[in-house]
Design a binder for this molecule. Structure first.
Ligand SMILES: [Zn+2]
Length: 193
């Protein structure tokens, strides 16, 4: 599973050295303003000791669209990747397949903690994520948290989950059997439970 998604859903990335990268941004080549990972769509993957990023960014300031093709190491220095995009994509997919074969979960960790659905175990405090691309979101919102709207419910594999509570982005929390974490900060509870 290496599905393109909003890039911040691939964060944080944790290097084997324990260094954790929680945010990522690039300067817009047009207006030079900083474009952050929620304005990017693509994939990020840790390959050995480097995080590779392949994404499309849309600058919220000027609307300019540009490709993000880079990698960084645990010193958090960002380097351009000079290989053709198709080759980078192929290398990432190949590596993702190797990781999956070895049972290593990839981000976004799309899962629901549930009897019927395989739970992906993760050592990270971020817990379990449900990817945007896999859920149907309610058009109705019930407020906002950290500047982002809270949708009233989400639907995943035919099951409805109602908004229950918000959690601090890097905080500790527990998910019960019928709960799902969405967008790294919102917990939804299965209807009727
Ligand atoms: Zn711009």
């Amino acid at each position: 599973m290496l599905k393109p998604d909003r890039l911040d859903r691939f964060l944080p990335q944790v290097f084997p050295s324990g260094v954790k990268v929680s945010s990522f941004a690039k300067h817009c080549p047009h207006c030079k303003k900083l474009v952050k990972s929620p304005a990017m769509h693509g994939v990020a993957l840790l390959v050995v000791d480097r995080v590779f990023i392949l994404a499309r960014a849309e600058c919220p300031q000027c609307g300019n669209r540009f490709e993000v093709k880079c990698m960084f190491d645990d010193s958090k220095q960002v380097h351009p990747v000079l290989l053709p995009t198709l080759m980078v994509r192929w290398l990432m997919l190949w590596h993702a397949r190797q990781l999956r074969r070895r049972g290593i979960p990839l981000k976004p960790l799309a899962t629901v903690v549930d009897d019927e659905v395989d739970a992906v175990a993760t050592q990270e405090r971020v817990g379990l994520l449900l990817a945007d691309s896999e859920v149907t979101k309610s058009p109705e919102t019930v407020g906002s948290y950290l500047g982002l709207p809270i949708v009233a419910w989400i639907e995943y594999q035919g099951q409805r989950y109602n908004y229950d509570r918000a959690v601090p982005e890097e905080g500790q929390f527990r998910l019960s059997q019928y709960e799902a974490l969405f967008d790294r900060r919102l917990i939804y509870r299965r209807s009727g439970h």
